[in-house]
Design a protein around this ligand. Structure first.
Ligand code: COA
Length: 157
């Protein structure tokens, strides 16, 4: 089996719309007025650069298997909490459970360190244990459109 590569979406910008469809289906319930078109625009924008805000993708033989983003803000309600967020960790269902999610998180944290991010944040409705095993620390909870989410942080450097 060919190895999986983690690269910038900017290297394969043609995948931005596919990714947008996956992300929108997975998370639109957490946000007010977050349309599929906005999701596409956001990811097409990420595909133009390799600095924050941007997106890393997992590829196997050019097939898209997942992604993770580094952004300045992941929900307006949490703007004051931090200014660097790991967002939109996603692995296609058929590739789950093989370590890809873990590899994407580690790559994103290393990338954030290289970008000079001192403290990185995320929020998650149901994967706090998953991130805790990867070194993230619980930092309280918040409510996003009625869904309780766990806030977590890590010091990338
Ligand atoms: C969450 C998600 C990214 C995990 O990706 P994955 O590639 O299946 O995860 P990995 O294979 O890297 O799992 C790494 C480890 O975590 C464990 N794990 C996987 N899912 C877990 C969960 N929900 N809770 C706790 N541990 C979990 C695995 O067993 C594995 O353990 P190991 O290192 O002892 O073998 C994937 O299920 C997904 O895309 N889900 C839908 C989107 C989503 O919920 N994203 C998270 C947003 S906060």
């Amino acid at each position: 089996m060919t190895a999986v590569d983690i690269r910038f979406l900017a290297e394969v910008p043609g995948h931005a719309d596919t990714l947008a469809g996956w992300h929108h289906a997975q998370w639109s319930h957490l946000y007010d007025d977050w349309t599929l078109e906005q999701t596409r625009e956001e990811l097409r924008d990420h595909a133009t650069r390799r600095t924050r805000p941007t997106t890393l993708v997992a590829l196997q033989d050019e097939a898209l298997l997942g992604s993770v983003s580094l952004v300045d803000e992941d929900a307006p309600e949490l703007r004051d909490q931090g200014d660097a967020w790991l967002a939109s960790l996603y692995v296609v269902p058929h590739a789950r459970g093989t370590g890809l999610g873990k590899a994407l998180v580690k790559a994103l944290v290393a990338f954030a360190a290289g970008q000079g991010v001192a403290r990185l944040w995320l929020f998650t409705p149901e994967h706090a244990d998953y991130y805790a095993r990867l070194g993230w620390r619980p930092q309280g909870q918040a409510l996003l459109r009625g869904t309780r989410v766990q806030l977590m942080d890590i010091l990338p450097a």
